[in-house]
Design a protein around this ligand. Structure first.
Ligand SMILES: *Cc1c(COP(=O)(O)O)cnc(C)c1O
Length: 467
């Protein structure tokens, strides 16, 4: 399998070449040249495989430059009951008749990002050793991504992690998850500023191409192809669990921010997994809901971006969306380049009528959920079932109910555990969210971090000193 860029100027790339890269050199995103088809006989053969074996079968279709035995061993190390708390890795549980929750958030940081990031950590270590290289991962986080990255990369050979976060602005739980790591290759940098300052620092360092090259600066952001690929696996695992006695279609509802998670669902569907609808749920930051209703993509400004109680979906533009657009315009790289050049110029593009007419074939439908919806949904689920769901999952459930059809199981993806969002859960049900025992008292653990002003030179000095 070879990879191409959505903007057409890179092609014929191998998996191990693009693994450590973010954007393609032409500014596009990498995609495989085609989506391998999975037929009913193959699905029947895969039913009953363990999660790491299923991951191996699927990833083998996309990775042909890692020896099979190495890939199999790497996946067996990644997806263990020890790390994910359950032999099934992503256990499905019933919520109400026809409605299920797929538990994607039982990994080390209690969010679904662990499923992709743990794979990335293993793959980075493997590939860096194979190429005799090392990498300095630089990132900015306001919470979930940074802690998932640190927990995936801690102790990995050949990797140093420099993770910037706004001093004093993360929840106590999130701070503890990151700052309690004692591994020598993890460098927590608490910046005296806000999240945007952290992001600007990362951009400034990355824009110094000589520095970037000399110090092998890399990232683990959500546009990385390997992260997306790892996410395709749980759509298959969810489908198997939702169809115990047959092979009928299933709907999936996805709390969406940067369009990474639901893009993996789109790829699973393109491969032939019987998915009827992919239900895209946004919060008040509804740029994607607007697109699927109107065919118009309108990126928001910082001032137009709401701070909500489902913060991991607070985005102004969706960094993975270009992959879907590329497929939706018939994999036309010139047209994709034109549309995103228009976004650069005017913050918006609109599909033609002909292009819009092709959208329904992709099975994506959308809806929006507000702060009040989130609270009401958490409260209703708790009252009816005793289960406590997190605010992002609640957004997806709210929208899932608007699109559910009798006879088709609806699977809601659980992207975080409620314990991570204690304040909102308490507001909804007046109780603390249950916290897994292994997280008891983490706020009291010793912390390892440095503070830093918003100063590019100071950040570079820190990297040079520790790289
Ligand atoms: C990252 C995240 C999302 C959004 O996922 P995308 O892949 O960016 O669409 C939703 N919920 C939670 C809890 C997250 O951490």
């Amino acid at each position: 399998m070879k990879y191409l860029s959505t903007r057409g100027e890179a092609s014929g790339r191998a998996f191990s070449e693009i693994l450590l890269e973010g954007l393609a050199p032409d500014g596009g995103l990498y995609l495989p040249e085609r989506y391998p088809a999975v037929d009913a006989a193959t699905l029947a053969r895969w039913r009953g495989l363990s999660y790491p074996e299923l991951a191996f079968e699927l990833l083998s279709l996309y990775i042909d430059d890692v020896p099979a035995a190495d890939l199999r061993a790497l996946l067996a190390r990644t997806y263990t009951a020890e790390v994910f708390g359950d032999e099934r890795i992503v256990p499905l549980r019933p919520l109400e008749p026809g409605m299920f929750v797929l538990g994607l958030s039982n990994g080390p940081t209690l969010a679904f990002k662990d499923l992709a990031m743990q794979f990335l950590g293993q793959a980075f270590e493997y590939e860096l050793a194979r190429q005799s290289r090392s990498l300095n991962v630089l990132g900015a986080t306001s919470g979930d991504t940074g802690s998932a990255a640190e927990h995936a990369l801690k102790g990995k050979r050949g990797v140093q992690v420099f993770m910037l976060s706004p001093l004093g602005r993360m929840s106590a739980f999130q701070q503890a998850q990151m700052f309690s790591l004692q591994d020598a290759n993890i460098h927590n940098v608490a910046v005296e500023g806000v999240f945007d300052d952290c992001q600007d620092l990362v951009k400034a360092v990355s824009a110094d191409l000589a520095f970037k090259q000399r110090h092998a600066i890399g990232t683990v952001n959500s546009i990385n192809w390997a992260r997306l690929l790892a996410q395709v696996v749980y759509y298959f695992a969810g489908w198997f669990q939702a169809t115990p006695d047959g092979d009928g279609p299933v709907d999936f509802a996805v709390p969406t921010g940067n369009f990474g998670n639901i893009c993996a669902g789109h790829i699973a569907r393109q491969m032939g997994l019987p998915i009827r609808r992919l239900v895209l749920a946004t919060n008040e930051n509804d740029v994607l809901d607007e697109f699927f209703r109107t065919g118009r993509y309108r990126v928001r400004t910082a001032a137009e971006t709401h701070e909500t109680s489902s913060p991991s979906m607070d985005i102004s533009k969706a960094s993975n969306f270009e992959r879907f657009v590329f497929d939706a315009v018939g994999r036309d790289a010139r047209r994709t380049r034109e549309l995103f050049a228009e976004v650069e110029r005017t913050r918006t593009f609109a599909l033609t009528e002909t292009e819009r007419a092709r959208l329904p074939a992709f099975g994506l439908v959308s809806g929006r959920s507000t702060g009040a919806d989130r609270l009401a949904t958490i409260r209703q689920v708790h009252g009816a079932t005793g289960q406590v769901i997190d605010p992002h999952t609640a957004d997806a459930l709210k929208v899932a109910r608007e699109h559910a059809e009798p006879g088709t199981p609806m699977v809601v993806l659980e992207t975080a555990l409620a314990a991570k969002f204690g304040a909102t859960v308490r507001e909804a049900i007046g109780l603390d969210a249950p916290r897994p025992v292994r997280f008891a008292g983490i706020e009291a653990l010793p912390r390892r971090f440095v503070t830093m002003p918003v100063d590019v030179a100071a950040l570079k000095a820190l990297i040079v000193e520790n790289a």
